[in-house]
Design a protein around this ligand. Structure first.
Ligand code: ZN
Length: 214
């Protein structure tokens, strides 16, 4: 099967020789940096800590069943945020091809959506919901550095999807979902299901072996 790269729009070079595409990237990247700064301030105002309270400089945490998860820069859930980037690139690329929506602003919209989710995810309402209905029993909210890592993973996913094209991106998304399901009993699909409409049987399966005896 042949793969088609996600569509872009060739820009018309004006008589003065400047490249509107470059200016577009500059504007979108500056705007994206501002959005990230707003996210950091908003999370700080939500009383999120900057880094895991253990204070260790570890960048990657592999065990999701520790209090270090979601507190350092990267952990297995980073792959879900990478998948967000895959989805945004596909969805916004699809819309952009029909509405002449430039790629830099598709990326900006992806970053804004990811950053807004990080702020919402760390609101008391969502934190409490996670703790009661999902496997994240001790979830106390992300650290600010973890939220930054999540958005960076989303950005990486966006560019990887644009490089791979539609079918390879769908295959990569499926592989990530399956590997996460097998290795950590959680993935983006289950996360969405459990957050919106929790199923007790899934929660029991996810938490089996990780709960103290009643
Ligand atoms: Zn830690």
């Amino acid at each position: 099967m042949t793969t088609q790269p996600l569509p872009d729009h060739p820009s018309v070079t004006p008589p003065d020789g400047s490249r509107p595409q470059d200016r577009r990237w500059n504007s979108a990247l500056i705007a994206s940096a501002c959005v990230l700064a707003v996210m950091v301030v908003a999370m700080y105002l939500e009383s999120r800590i900057w880094w895991c309270k253990c204070g260790e400089a570890t960048i990657w945490i592999s065990d999701v069943w520790t209090s270090h998860c979601s507190q350092h820069l990267l952990d297995p859930y980073s792959f879900s945020h990478f998948s967000h980037g895959l989805i945004f690139a596909g969805l916004f690329g699809f819309i952009g091809a029909r509405r002449r929506w430039p790629v830099p602003w598709q990326l900006f919209t992806s970053i804004t959506t990811a950053a807004a989710w990080e702020v919402a995810e760390n609101s008391p309402f969502v934190i409490n919901r996670y703790r009661t209905v999902t496997m994240s029993l001790d979830y106390l909210g992300d650290s600010i550095i973890n939220a930054v890592g999540d958005v960076l993973c989303c950005i990486l996913g966006f560019f990887v999807a644009r490089k791979l094209g539609t079918w390879k991106t769908i295959a990569l998304f499926a592989i990530i979902e399956i590997v996460m399901l097998v290795t950590m009993k959680d993935n983006l699909t289950l996360n969405v299901i459990m957050l919106i409409s929790p199923i007790q049987a899934i929660k029991n399966w996810q938490t089996a072996g990780h709960l103290p005896p009643a």
